[in-house]
Design a binder for this molecule. Structure first.
Ligand SMILES: Cc1ncc(COP(=O)(O)O)c(C=O)c1O
Length: 312
């Protein structure tokens, strides 16, 4: 916020269309070459770039079911087909996804940790999966929530540079960095693919204040650390408090988790709404008795537990 306030005087000028300073900062932080990085107006926008650049009518993109709704909406928008593979035990079923490879399959979406379940992909499972994927199919790893992961066996997708499949990592400043309103995210991909994606990117897709805010955020790792440890403390607090209400909790590697309310999640959602609390009913995701709760501040989380008691 401080960096953005200081920079407010420059907004009569166009942004740097190449995002040079932010790309340099990311390249240094992640230790990857600059020509592999593409900036987006949120990581959402990069999903759109990839789909528009690579998918045509009758192509297929394989994705978990349920998953982040933007994948399906974007794939359908170019006339391609989303192939949705159900989760197994609330985690992405990599074996079943590999079973769905067809000649028309051009792209695979994976989310790590997964949204909405918070499940993880391990390095070991990913390598077995990749050995089954036909050459040339683009594998997208959406890591919007990666900073919150506590489990050390988690996949490091940035390590997959020289594989027979282009691997794309999507990251965002919207979650652990607390900059959702700025709309800034990035993709890391093979340089050849980044060059193609940059051809269809509008020249000023990321604004000056977003670029400046993101650079300042990268220079302030203590903020991310504080945010992540707060989220971990509050996850543990809520797991215990909600289990005490007799509900089943599904531990998560992200900053949200699912609970089984053992009745209509839509009905509980409506009652909580009347108490001024918004959670997400998982009915639309195929889990009619589950809700997803995002971590708030401690006082908000206490309020949630109290309200939940009344609403069950
Ligand atoms: C899995 C996943 N990917 C990507 C995004 C988009 O994030 P951004 O704000 O960077 O567009 C979200 C936002 O909710 C998300 O849940």
């Amino acid at each position: 916020m401080e960096a953005i306030r200081k920079a407010a005087g420059i907004i009569h000028r166009y942004p740097d269309g190449s995002g040079k300073a932010l790309i340099e900062a990311l390249s240094l932080t992640l230790r990857i070459s600059k020509d592999r990085i593409v900036l987006g107006n949120g990581s959402d926008e990069i999903i759109g770039f990839l789909v528009r650049a690579l998918l045509r009518q009758n192509d297929a993109a394989v994705m978990p079911k349920p998953s982040f709704l933007v994948y399906e909406i974007t794939v359908r928008s170019v006339g391609a087909t989303p192939v949705k593979v159900p989760l197994k035990d609330f985690a992405i079923d990599l074996e079943a996804m590999a079973d769905h490879m067809r000649p028309e399959t051009k792209m695979i979406f994976l989310t790590n940790p997964h949204n909405p379940t918070g499940s993880l992909i391990t390095q070991k499972d990913f390598e077995r999966f990749m050995s089954r994927i036909p050459a040339g199919v683009v594998v997208i790893l959406d890591e919007a929530y990666i900073e919150f992961v506590r489990e050390p066996t988690c996949l490091n997708s940035l390590a997959y540079v020289e594989t027979q499949n282009p691997v794309v990592t999507l990251r965002t400043f919207s979650k652990a960095y607390g900059l959702a309103g700025l709309r800034i995210g990035y993709g890391v991909m093979p340089a050849e693919l980044a060059e193609i994606v940059n051809r269809i990117r509008a020249p000023f897709n990321t604004n000056s204040l977003a670029q400046i805010g993101a650079i300042a955020a990268l220079k302030d790792p203590s903020f991310v650390k504080k945010t992540v440890s707060l989220v971990h403390e509050e996850l543990d607090f809520l797991y215990t408090a909600i289990r005490r209400l007799g509900l089943t909790v599904f531990p998560s590697q992200a900053n949200y988790f699912m609970i089984d309310v053992k009745q209509s999640a839509d009905a509980v959602f409506q009652r909580l709404l009347r108490e001024g609390i918004i959670v997400r009913s998982m009915t639309a995701y195929g889990f009619p008795e589950y809700m997803r709760i995002s971590i708030g501040l401690h006082t908000e989380n206490i309020r949630l537990v109290e309200a939940l008691k009344r609403c069950l």
